[in-house]
Write a protein that binds this ligand. Structure first.
Ligand SMILES: Nc1nc2c(ncn2[C@@H]2O[C@H](COP(=O)(O)OP(=O)(O)OP(=O)(O)O)[C@@H](O)[C@H]2O)c(=O)[nH]1
Ligand SMILES: [Mg+2]
Length: 330
């Protein structure tokens, strides 16, 4: 990730052509642009302004929960239901450790590859990470690309393991948090950050013992925190492997969408997400700028030498470097 814009590779990478391809729903172009987003390539910064006016239509649904709780299996089932309702579905699986299991989806993807005009389902995994918010930026660029391409529903699957993943999914319109029985204290098993962002709870693997206990624990927990004036958070049970409870989950997702529209909260979610994203983007640009300036100044080696030979401490050296680069102290 250098600060220098990379050259565009070919005519196909012309921003206008890329944007037009995405708008047409051309799968190769969509895939290509997402790859650019993953690599933080200059082309993305040139294409996104062209796509932005065409975003805002899709219902963005986050599905999160502990590793192996059945997120991908649920996503598979949700895709099937949405497709049956003739909706087009985009899926962004962030850092997935297990593959989509459903043969039908694989078949769908093969079919789509053969008929590149079939834009019914688009599934993309993002596995890259960087602590400056690169994963989040790539995820949301991907969401926006799929939104501009006309996908009606965009599902983001993230493992609810850390703050990074929680932040990513918190910007979705509708957040589905998945719990499962058999992980000991069921509430403890759901990370605190996830509890707060859930719009819908799903207790998956309801074919296992103790699913009812998890439901009860969640219900008690919600009773203790009743601060959702316009939306009563449902607790649903599913057996994702056989699709049990899936129509009810889909109905709840649709109900939540209608609720956001009616309450006026629809745009608010994305505004919060945009604000967080903007700060991260600023951080990254600033970071690259500082790196470049430091590399160009030549002072780093000299000051490091001073620190190594104990003539300076790191804090004072950083302050000197900061001043040498012409910046004022805070
Ligand atoms: N018994 C039972 N097994 C399930 C159910 N849902 C999913 N599984 C199984 O649980 C395993 C994990 O399912 P995934 O859908 O890959 O779970 P995931 O949450 O996407 O996993 P990661 O992406 O690795 O975090 C698979 O073997 C599924 O077949 C369910 O309702 N009941
Ligand atoms: Mg998965």
């Amino acid at each position: 990730m250098s600060g220098e814009p990379r050259p565009l590779h070919s005519r196909r990478d012309d921003p206008q052509a890329l944007a037009a391809g995405v708008r047409r729903g051309d799968l190769r172009t969509i895939a290509r642009l997402i790859t650019f987003a993953e690599r933080d390539e200059a082309a993305v910064a040139q294409v996104m302004p062209l796509l932005q006016p065409h975003t805002g239509r899709a219902h963005i649904v986050g599905i999160t929960g502990a590793p192996g709780c059945g997120k991908s299996t649920l996503v598979d089932q949700v895709i099937a239901i949405a497709r049956a309702a003739t909706l087009r579905v985009g899926v962004v699986a962030v850092d997935p450790s297990s593959p989509f299991t459903r043969g039908a989806i694989l078949a769908d993807r093969l079919r789509m590859q053969r008929h590149s005009t079939d834009t019914g389902t688009f599934i993309r995994s993002l596995a890259s990470r960087d602590e400056l918010g690169g994963l989040s930026a790539a995820t949301w660029d991907t969401v926006r690309i799929l939104d501009a391409a006309g996908y009606d529903v965009i599902l983001i699957e993230t493992v609810g393991a850390g703050q990074l993943e929680t932040d990513i999914v918190a910007g979705a319109h509708t957040v589905v948090v998945v719990a499962v029985p058999g992980l000991g204290d069921s509430i403890q098993a759901i990370k605190a950050g996830l509890m707060e962002i859930a719009d819908i709870f799903v207790v998956n693997m309801a074919d296992r013992p103790d699913a009812a206990q998890v439901v009860n624990d969640l219900r008690d927990m919600l009773r203790l925190n009743p601060d959702h004036p316009t939306w009563e958070i449902p607790i649903l049970t599913t057996v994702a492997t056989v699709g049990a409870g899936l129509p009810e989950l889909w109905a709840a997702i649709e109900r939540h969408r209608a609720n956001l529209r009616e309450s006026g909260a629809w745009a608010g979610r994305l505004k919060n997400q945009a604000r967080a994203e903007l700060l991260k983007s600023l951080d990254r640009q600033w970071h690259h700028h500082v790196q470049e300036r430091v590399a160009a100044s030549g002072s780093l080696a000299r000051l490091a030498e001073e620190v190594a030979s104990k003539r300076l401490d790191t804090h004072s050296a950083a302050t000197l470097l900061w001043e040498e680069l012409g910046w004022k102290q805070r």
